[in-house]
Design a protein around this ligand. Structure first.
Ligand SMILES: [Zn+2]
Length: 397
């Protein structure tokens, strides 16, 4: 929709200024050079805009946390000055609820977690999250009105049009629950909701292994297998929010029946439960996935083989993904990624074998920086990114 003044120099300067503020909110502490790279604006334009923002007191210079290793002066970084504002991140895992509050300069101010069977106790989970948000705000000395938004993660696809879970088989206890609007009413603040793999991608993009990447795939390999796809710096959500459901890629049409109703999905051979079943008893007991990962690293032949075979199978599905989206990096997270090269090496081989050469040549497959806290940090990042989008919209962008 055309607005008055659209396309004029003044309008353009306003748009660029909003874009610079948005990037600073997303990145926390950032140099002018990095702002230029992320926004695509020239260094001169960025310099002019930043000078204006400094003069108006919105932006100030901060010290880099890591000093220059060559012993030189640490680079000058910029941050938004208004640290009285904050965002909240909430992660509903399968067996726990986690909550964190962070300021707009990306300092985590307080965190809480509680163990809970989230699927079977959906209402209790929402109540626990609401209570913990109040607790972290008190601990951080913040009032509710200082919070500009909350990001929420759930371990299932999100149907953004109905703001509920988009699958009745992955988190059955939550079917029909209008999570976003329910939490918005409980918390009294804007909320955004996203699935766990997309949150992992957001956390890696904001603070982790994808910080300087615009096109990458984040693979969460744990109890389930999912992907968060970032194209040109934006999460790909798809028409109904199921983009990245790589765990249900068919590998064998006559393979084992999957809980999704299809046969031979990747998850029937490489998910946490599939690996546990394959390994069988260890010392007379059914081992946890975490235990199998430990044993694989320690050189247990059966556990090592089970995880490396899973890596090979995941690689076949990821290869298909690479042929379609041609990412520069594949970042592997989730509990299975704790196995390191036991998982990654067969995965790389499999990707190389099944990907067109041009896509495989430049591809960098590496482990994620965050595993246990990926979703919680991603929920915080979602709130930071979401608030930027809302601010830009409100500013008439
Ligand atoms: Zn399936």
């Amino acid at each position: 929709m055309a607005k008055s003044g659209e396309g004029t120099l003044g309008w353009l300067r306003h748009r660029n200024r909003e874009r610079v503020v948005e990037v600073m909110r997303e990145r926390g502490r950032i140099s002018q050079a990095e702002i230029a790279r992320v926004t695509g604006l020239s260094r001169t334009t960025v310099h002019t805009l930043v000078s204006g923002l400094k003069d108006s007191g919105l932006v100030h210079e901060v010290e880099a946390r890591v000093p220059d290793v060559r012993g030189g002066r640490p680079p000058v970084l910029l941050a938004l000055r208004d640290s009285s504002l904050a965002v909240v991140g909430i992660d509903f895992g399968l067996s726990q609820v986690q909550v964190a509050v962070a300021d707009l300069v990306h300092n985590l101010l307080a965190e809480r977690r509680c163990d809970l069977d989230v699927d079977h106790h959906a209402k209790e989970a929402l109540e626990a999250a609401t209570r913990m948000v109040a607790e972290v705000l008190t601990e951080a000395g913040l009032e509710r009105k200082s919070v500009i938004g909350a990001g929420i993660g759930i371990p299932a696809p999100v149907d953004s049009t109905r703001n509920t879970t988009g699958s009745s088989t992955i988190l059955p206890g939550w079917t029909g629950l209008r999570i976003a609007s329910d939490m918005r009413d409980r918390l009294g603040m804007p909320v955004e909701i996203e699935n766990d793999a997309n949150l992992g991608a957001l956390a890696e993009m904001t603070w982790g292994a994808a910080r300087e990447c615009s096109n990458f795939a984040y693979i969460k390999a744990a109890t389930g297998i999912g992907a968060g796809l970032v194209i040109d710096g934006r999460l790909l959500r798809g028409a109904s929010g199921t983009a990245g459901e790589i765990g249900h890629t068919t590998l064998d049409e006559s393979g084992a029946l999957c809980y999704c109703g299809n046969r031979g999905c990747l998850e029937t051979v490489a998910s946490g439960p599939a690996i546990i079943q394959l390994v069988g008893l260890v010392d007379g007991e059914v081992p946890s996935l975490a235990r199998i990962v430990e044993l694989a690293i320690a050189g247990d032949l059966r556990c090592h083989r089970a995880i490396s075979d899973a890596g090979r199978e995941i690689g076949v599905a990821v290869a298909g993904l690479c042929n379609l989206m041609n990412p520069e990096r594949v970042i592997v997270g989730g509990l299975l990624s704790r196995a390191g090269e036991v998982l990654l090496q067969p995965m790389r081989e499999s990707i190389r074998r099944h990907t067109v050469q041009a896509a495989a040549e430049m591809l960098d497959v590496r482990p994620a920086m965050f595993v246990e806290r990926a979703e919680l940090l991603g929920a915080v990042a979602l709130a930071l990114h979401g608030s930027s989008e809302r601010m830009t919209r409100a500013a008439g962008g």
